[in-house]
Design a protein around this ligand. Structure first.
Ligand code: AMP
Length: 287
C-alpha cells in the first residue's frame, strides 16, 4: 500500500524511521501529472533500494510565467494509483511554506544564484527557473536525507545543478536516468498533453534535429556553430519558435562556450522551442 504524507515534516519522520531500520531509500522528486518517463524513475528507485518514495509538489518558485503554473496539469488520484502500481512505498507533498524553515522567505531563497551550471540556456530563457528548482531541491533533500535520488536526463541542465547541490551534501547520491520517448521520438512531458495534433507532429522535429546533430558529430563535425545551424535547419516549421539550439561541452559549462569542440570527448546538443504556447526541451549526448 502506498502511504500518503501531507507534509515534508511527516515525510522526514517516515524517512528517518526507515533508515533507522537499516533500509536504503530511493527518492523521485516530481511535479505530478505522471507519465511513463516519471514511472521509469520510480521503477528504478524501487528496484535499486529497500524503499522508494516520491514527492508530488508543483513548485511555484520555478515557474517564471503565472499562466504556465495555472495551466500545469494536476491529477493526484491518478498519480497515486500509478505510484502504487509501480511499487512506491510513500508519497508526500505540502504547502510551499512547509518546505522552508520558519523565518525563511522562500522567494528570497529562490532569488539566490543557482550556481555555475544555471548560466545560459534555461538560465537565460527562464530567469528564476533554475534558482527556484535549486531552492526546492535543497529542501527536498533536507526532508528525505541520505538516499539515492533519481532525475531524468531530459532536464539535462537541471541534472547538472542538482549534481552540484548533492556534491555539497552528505549521503545524497544522484542517479541520472535516460529520457523516455513517444514512438515519434518526442520526449515524454506533462506539457505534451496540451499539444494539438499538428503541434504534436511538429514536436517530433526536436528529436530528429538532435539525432541529425549526433550523426554529424559521429561523422567528425566538431564546430558548434555548424552543428547548431544543422539543428535549426531541421527545426524549420512555421509553428515552431526556437529559443535555443546549442551544443555545449558539459565540462566547460560555466566558461564562455568554446565554438570549436575539437579535442572534446563528448558534448551535449540541447534544444528549447515552443509550439502553440507549449514550451518543450530536449537534448542528446554527442559521443
Ligand atoms: P517533473 O515532474 O517534470 O519535474 O519531472 C520529474 C522528474 O522526471 C525529473 O527528474 C524529470 O527530468 C523526469 N522526467 C520528466 N520527463 C521524463 C522523461 N520523458 N524521461 C525520463 N525522465 C523524465
Amino acid at each position: 500500500m502506498l502511504k500518503f504524507l501531507p507534509s515534508p515534516q511527516s515525510a522526514a519522520r517516515w524517512c528517518a524511521r526507515e533508515r533507522a531500520r537499516g533500509r536504503t531509500l530511493g527518492f523521485v522528486p516530481t511535479m505530478g501529472a505522471l507519465h511513463r518517463g516519471h514511472l521509469s524513475l520510480v521503477e528504478r528507485a524501487v528496484r535499486e533500494n529497500d524503499r522508494a518514495c516520491a514527492s508530488i509538489f508543483v513548485n511555484p518558485l520555478q515557474f517564471n510565467e503565472c499562466e504556465d503554473l495555472e495551466n500545469y496539469p494536476r491529477d493526484q488520484a491518478r498519480d497515486h494509483a500509478l505510484l502504487e502500481r509501480a511499487g512506491c512505498a510513500m508519497r508526500f507533498g505540502g504547502e510551499l511554506a512547509q518546505f522552508f524553515p520558519a523565518a525563511h522567505d522562500p522567494r528570497e531563497i529562490a532569488a539566490r544564484d543557482a550556481g555555475p551550471y544555471a548560466r545560459g540556456l534555461e538560465g537565460a530563457f527562464r530567469p528564476g527557473h533554475l534558482p527556484g528548482v535549486r531552492a526546492i531541491v535543497e529542501r527536498l533533500f533536507a526532508t528525505v536525507g541520505a538516499c539515492n535520488a533519481y532525475f531524468g536526463e531530459k532536464d539535462f541542465q537541471q541534472c547538472l545543478v542538482v549534481q552540484e547541490i548533492a556534491a555539497g551534501m552528505a549521503g545524497v547520491n544522484i542517479v541520472i536516468c535516460p529520457t523516455v520517448r513517444e514512438k515519434s521520438g518526442l520526449a515524454m512531458s506533462s506539457r505534451n498533453r496540451r499539444l494539438g495534433a499538428a503541434d504534436l507532429r511538429a514536436a517530433a522535429k526536436l528529436h530528429r534535429a538532435l539525432r541529425a546533430a549526433r550523426q554529424a558529430w559521429r561523422d567528425g563535425e566538431r564546430d558548434a556553430g555548424a552543428l547548431e545551424a544543422l539543428m535549426r535547419a531541421q527545426l524549420q516549421d512555421a509553428r515552431m519558435q526556437i529559443e535555443y539550439a546549442e551544443v555545449r561541452d558539459p565540462a566547460q559549462w560555466s566558461e564562455a562556450a568554446p565554438r570549436s569542440l575539437r579535442g572534446a570527448k563528448r558534448a551535449r546538443a540541447l534544444i528549447a522551442a515552443s509550439l502553440g504556447g507549449v514550451r518543450l526541451i530536449d537534448n542528446i549526448a554527442l559521443e
